[in-house]
Each structure stands twice: as C-alpha cells, then as structure tokens.
Design a protein around this ligand. Structure first.
Ligand SMILES: [Zn+2]
Length: 329
C-alpha cells in the first residue's frame, strides 16, 4: 500500500515537472501511457510450430494479445500438441510481455450447440468442445470463444435451452472459461441479441462462463457501436460488464441491422475508425483484449501490423491498403 502511494506521489511530481517545462511533453507522455495500456492483437495462425508459431506471428504484428484456432476454423481435425513448443511459446510470450490472459482460443465454426435434432451431431459438438478445453489447458490458455450455434429448423427458445444444456455438460470449474460470442443473426444464428446471451447464461449452472463482444456482429445485429456507452450499460444491466473477457474489434461491410456478418478493415466500413478507437480506449474494458479479425488484402496479405499501428497512433490510415500491398509485395 505504502509503495503504491509512493509511486503515485512520484508520478504527480514527475507530471508537475513536465508541466513546468512543456505542456506538449505532458500530452506526449499521456499518449505513451494510453498506448501502453492498450491490449490489442489479432487472429494468428496455428500451424506446424503450433502456439510457438502463433506467438511469433503476433510479435511480428506488434500485438500484445492474440487469438488462434487449434487447427482449421472450418473443421475439427486436430493434431496432437507438442509440449516442447508449448514451453517455447510461453517463454517467447514472457519475453514480449504478452500476458496469458490476453491469449484467446476460438472453437471451430461447425460446432453447433443449438440444434439437437440429430442427437449424434449435437453430442459430437459437446465432446469436441470438451476435448478443446483439454487442449487449451495443456496450452495454458484461460479463455475459449464459442459461437452459440444456429437453430436450423427448431424453435428458437428450445435452441437457446439446448445451448445452455450443452454448456452444462461441457463446463468444468477448473477448466478454461468458455466465452459466448455475440452473433450477427445470419440465418438462424442464436445469441444475436444481448437478451439471448443473457437467456443462455441464466440457464448455465456454473459461473465459469463469460462473453465475447464482436463489434461487427453487434452492428450487423442492429446495435449502434458509436453509442458504445449505452450498449455497455445494457450489457451491465443484463449480465454484467465483468463477464466480458474478449472484444472482437472489426469494422463491418454492411449497414447496421443487416444481419450479414462480413468483416471489414478498421475504418473502411460502416462502423468507422473513431467508434472502434473509442472502444480500445474505453476505461471499463481496459483490461479486456481487443482482437482484430479483419480481412486480408486480396485474400493474401494480413492487415494486422498496419491496423495495430494505426490504432496505437490514434490516427486512421487512409493509405492502409497501399501500405499493406507495398510491405508484402
Ligand atoms: Zn467468432
């Protein structure tokens, strides 16, 4: 406690000194302070070098957070984990000050907890996620993002109950935490309103469950992202801001309420740079990692290094596409 007070005192004296010398210095240090606090990263690959390769990629992009799939996002084929690579990954994270709480796993899209019409398929999704939690535990990961699922032909209320039932089978108290992602409402997707997320959470018996807010999905579902404070208030009333452990920071190719789910590069879509930048600066979510899942340029070149730079600078990069093309070509 004393040392904390001492540190605060030192900071006050330091700031007074700067203020005496130059006001612009103060602004400069304030920006440095804010940038330092940003927890910002992106989706990275998980290939032959597994988590070690993912960390290397994140570092290359200037990220202090990242998200990966333990294999292809579209399928459930998974290779055995190499413990040596896990160790190397953790050493590299330590070296680059990437906290493990800011490393997120994402379950494959094809897992569907909402529809149990075909019992076998539903059971497969449950068993796969149980295995995925085990893999995350071996990797030392704390959080895994899961799409709630699609109702496809069954009543919505039943679909929501199915998701909670499945989660009750999957969740273990000492396993990594499952984060339910807010969805755009494409097709029969469940969890496209905050109320639906609340309904699922209410029927889960464990407290070891959280939420991932996706800005593109929320916008496509009809929420106004530039009015983020109002949205957060709603989150807080319905299930609590402390349940939010990840933000997917994406712009959207489509208008608010379009239910399309097509991500766009930061500042190039219907949400816009300023609204997304304000989320990164938001005090209430300052400890929550912001993860970019924006599209590659020409499906070949990752935008992340440049998007992260533009967010850290607090300045929209109107030359983003050219910068990326010039860098990778
Ligand atoms: Zn997702």
């Amino acid at each position: 406690m004393l040392s904390m007070q001492h540190q605060h005192l030192k900071l006050v004296i330091f700031l007074k000194e700067i203020l005496k010398k130059n006001f612009f210095f103060l602004i400069f240090y304030a920006i440095i302070f804010l940038v330092k606090k940003m927890i910002l990263g992106c989706h990275v690959n998980f290939t032959n070098e597994q988590l070690f390769g993912s960390v290397k990629q994140a570092v290359k992009y200037g990220a202090n957070a990242f998200m990966f799939y333990t294999g292809a996002p579209q399928n459930t084929i998974r290779k055995e984990l190499d413990l040596d690579l896990v160790k190397k990954a953790h050493n590299l994270m330590k070296e680059h000050k990437i906290a493990i709480e800011n490393v997120i796993c994402h379950a494959p899209y094809i897992v569907n907890l909402a529809n149990n019409k075909e019992e076998e398929k539903w059971q497969f999704s449950i068993q796969f996620l149980k295995q995925e939690l085990k893999r995350c535990k071996i990797l030392g990961i704390k959080y895994i993002v899961v799409h709630p699922g699609s109702a496809v032909g069954i009543e919505r209320e039943i679909a929501l109950q199915n998701i909670s039932d499945a989660l009750n089978f999957i969740i273990e108290e000492d396993a990594p935490m499952i984060l339910l992602e807010t969805m755009a409402g494409k097709g029969t997707e469940c969890g496209c309103t905050l109320e639906e997320i609340k309904m699922i959470l209410d029927n889960v018996h464990s407290k070891n469950i959280g939420v991932c807010l996706d800005t593109c999905h929320l916008h496509d579902a009809g929420y106004i992202i530039s009015n983020f404070e109002t949205l957060l208030k709603k989150v807080d009333i319905l299930f609590g801001i402390d349940k939010v452990h990840c933000v997917h920071l994406n712009d959207s190719k489509n208008e608010c309420g379009s239910h399309k789910d097509r991500h766009e590069n930061i500042g190039y879509g219907a949400i816009g740079y300023e609204a997304l930048y304000q989320i990164v600066l938001n005090e209430q979510l300052k400890n929550v990692p912001k993860i970019l899942e924006t599209p590659y340029v020409d499906k070949l070149y990752p935008p992340y290094k440049f998007e992260i730079e533009s967010i850290k600078n607090g300045k929209f990069n109107s030359n983003l596409i050219e910068d990326i093309m010039n860098f990778y070509k």
